[in-house]
Design a binder for this molecule. Structure first.
Ligand SMILES: Cc1cc2nc3c(=O)[nH]c(=O)nc-3n(C[C@H](O)[C@H](O)[C@H](O)COP(=O)(O)OP(=O)(O)OC[C@H]3O[C@@H](n4cnc5c(N)ncnc54)[C@H](O)[C@@H]3O)c2cc1C
Length: 409
C-alpha cells in the first residue's frame, strides 16, 4: 500500500510546496475521498486532499480501541445501498462482511423490533389482541405494505387507532425529542405522519439489496481509495490555514467571492469542499444549525452485552441509543465495547463536531445565501453532508461524488 499521506502535525512545515494541483479537495470522508480518486484516476488530475483531523475516513473512520475492539469512532456505520453504481465502485476497494442490521426499541424494559412490524406487535400486546391487530392489518393493507401511522388513524377501527397511538407515544415521540431537541409541538407533523408500520415479519432495519460492513474495516477501505499516484493526502490541515477567498467588492457583506488563494497563490483549478460553508464564510450570515453528539464508549469484560446490535431508548434514558460493535463487525473477542449516543445542538465549541444538518425551509434558505457567495467561482463545488447541507447516507455521498466527477471530468 503506497497511499501518500503527509501528517502536518508531524511534518515541520505546512504543505504549501506540495500543493501544486489541478484539484484541491477539502475533507477525507466518503464525499472527498471518492471524488479525489475519480479526478485522479479518470480525470488524470493531480489532486491534493486536505483533512483537518489526524486521520482519513471522516465520520466513517474506525479503529481498535484500548481493549482491542474495532469501534466506529464517530458512531455506528452500516453500509446499505440500492445503487449498483455505488456498490460496484466501492467493491473495487473492499470485500464485504455480509451483515443485516437489526434494532430494538427499549419500551420500559421490553425490547420491541423497529421499524415497528408484525413481530413488534406480538411483543407489545397480549397474544389475542396482537392476533386481532395483525389480522386487521393484513386484510386492510396486505403483507409487505408500509403504512404511515397517520393512515391508520383514518380507518374507523378503534384497534388501529390504538396501535397508531401506541407507536407514536412509545417509539416515536420521546426519541424524536431527544434526537432533534424538539418539543412535541415543534415536531413537524409531516414527519410524524411518515412513521411507518411494516406489515411483515422482515425485521431488518434496512431493506436495500446490498448491506454489510467493509471486511477489513472502513479505514482500510479509505486507504485503498486514496492509494493513487496522483493523490497526496495532507492530515491535520484545516482549510482556513491555506485558503483565502477574495471578495469581488471588499465593502459588500453579501457580495460574491471572485477568487481563491491557495497558500497565497491564485488557485484556478477545481476546489471541492466537503466542509461546512458557513464556517468557510466565517459565519457572516449566522451559524447554520446542526446537531452534534456526545459519544460515550463503555468497556465490558464479557460479550455479548446486548441481545441486538442497537437498542433505541424510546421512552427513557438521556441517551438515544446504544450500539455494541461486535454485532456489526463480527470481531471474535471476549470483551466488548458499547457506545451510548447523546444528542445535543452544535454550538461550535472546540472539538465539537457538526454531525447532522437540521433540515428545514428556513435553514435551507440560509444555506442558499452562503451558496450564492460562490456563484462567480465556476471551479468551486460544495459536496457531501456538510458542503451541501443535506442528510446523506454513505452511499448517497458516494453517488453524489461520482456524479460530480462525471460533471468535472
Ligand atoms: C452517528 C452517525 C451514524 C451514521 N450511520 C450511518 C449508517 O449507518 N449508514 C450510512 O450510510 N450513513 C451513516 N451516517 C452518515 C455518514 O456518516 C455520512 O453519509 C458520511 O459521513 C458523509 O460523508 P462526507 O464526506 O459528506 O462527510 P464526513 O464524513 O463528515 O467528512 C467530511 C470531512 O471533512 C473534514 N473537514 C470539514 N471541514 C474541514 C476544513 N475546514 N478543513 C479540513 N477538513 C475539513 C472533516 O474533518 C471530515 O473528515 C451516519 C452519520 C452519523 C453522524
Amino acid at each position: 500500500m503506497s497511499v501518500r499521506i503527509i501528517d502536518h502535525r508531524i511534518a515541520e512545515r505546512k504543505p504549501c510546496a506540495s500543493l501544486a494541483c489541478d484539484a484541491l479537495v477539502v475533507g477525507a470522508g466518503f464525499a472527498g475521498s471518492t471524488i479525489a480518486r475519480e479526478l485522479a484516476e479518470r480525470g488524470s488530475m493531480r489532486v491534493a486532499l486536505i483533512e483537518q483531523r489526524p486521520h482519513i475516513g471522516g465520520n466513517a473512520y474506525d479503529t481498535l480501541d484500548s481493549q482491542g475492539v474495532l469501534i466506529h469512532a464517530f458512531g455506528p456505520h452500516i453500509y446499505h445501498t440500492a445503487s449498483e453504481r455505488v456498490h460496484a465502485w466501492l467493491s473495487r476497494f473492499t470485500a464485504w462482511r455480509s451483515y443485516e442490521h437489526r434494532v430494538c426499541a427499549d419500551v420500559h424494559g421490553r425490547l420491541l423490533p423497529v421499524p415497528f412490524n408484525l413481530n413488534s406487535i406480538d411483543a407489545a400486546f397480549a397474544p389475542d389482541k396482537a392476533a386481532r391487530i395483525t389480522e386487521l392489518l393484513l386484510s386492510e393493507f396486505g403483507r409487505g405494505a408500509r403504512v404511515p401511522i397517520i393512515e391508520l388513524r383514518t380507518k374507523s377501527d378503534a384497534l388501529l387507532h390504538e396501535l397508531a397511538d401506541y407507536i407514536y407515544e412509545n417509539i416515536f415521540l420521546v426519541y424524536t425529542m431527544k434526537q432533534w431537541g424538539q418539543t412535541p409541538e415543534e415536531i413537524d407533523p409531516s414527519i410524524t405522519a411518515r412513521v411507518p408500520v411494516l406489515i411483515d415479519r422482515d425485521d431488518r432495519y434496512f431493506q436495500d439489496p446490498h448491506q454489510g460492513v467493509p471486511h477489513e474495516g472502513y479505514t482500510r477501505l479509505f486507504e485503498r481509495i486514496l492509494d493513487h499516484p496522483n493523490i497526496s493526502v495532507h492530515l491535520n490541515v484545516a482549510a482556513d490555514e491555506l485558503l483565502e477567498l477574495t471578495p469581488e467588492d471588499p465593502d459588500s457583506k453579501d457580495g460574491p467571492f471572485s477568487g481563491i488563494l491557495l497558500a497565497g497563490q491564485p488557485h484556478d483549478g477545481l476546489l471541492i469542499y466537503s466542509g461546512a460553508l458557513d464556517e468557510l464564510c466565517k459565519w457572516r450570515f449566522g451559524r447554520l444549525p446542526y446537531r452534534s453528539l456526545d459519544l460515550v464508549y463503555r468497556h465490558y469484560d464479557h460479550n455479548p452485552v446486548q441481545p441486538c446490535a442497537t437498542i433505541n431508548y424510546t421512552v427513557s434514558e438521556a441517551y438515544t441509543r446504544t450500539t455494541e460493535f461486535t454485532w456489526l463487525t463480527g470481531q471474535d473477542v471476549e470483551v466488548s465495547t458499547v457506545l451510548e449516543e447523546y444528542s445535543l445542538p452544535f454550538e461550535g465549541a472546540p472539538g465539537q463536531i457538526p454531525y447532522y444538518p437540521v433540515v428545514g425551509e428556513q435553514n435551507q434558505q440560509q444555506y442558499e445565501r452562503y451558496r450564492a457567495l460562490f456563484s462567480k467561482l465556476p471551479g468551486f463545488y460544495p459536496l457531501g453532508r456538510l458542503g451541501e447541507y443535506r442528510y446523506y447516507n454513505m452511499d448517497q455521498a458516494v453517488l453524489r461524488a461520482l456524479e460530480l466527477a462525471d460533471e468535472c471530468i
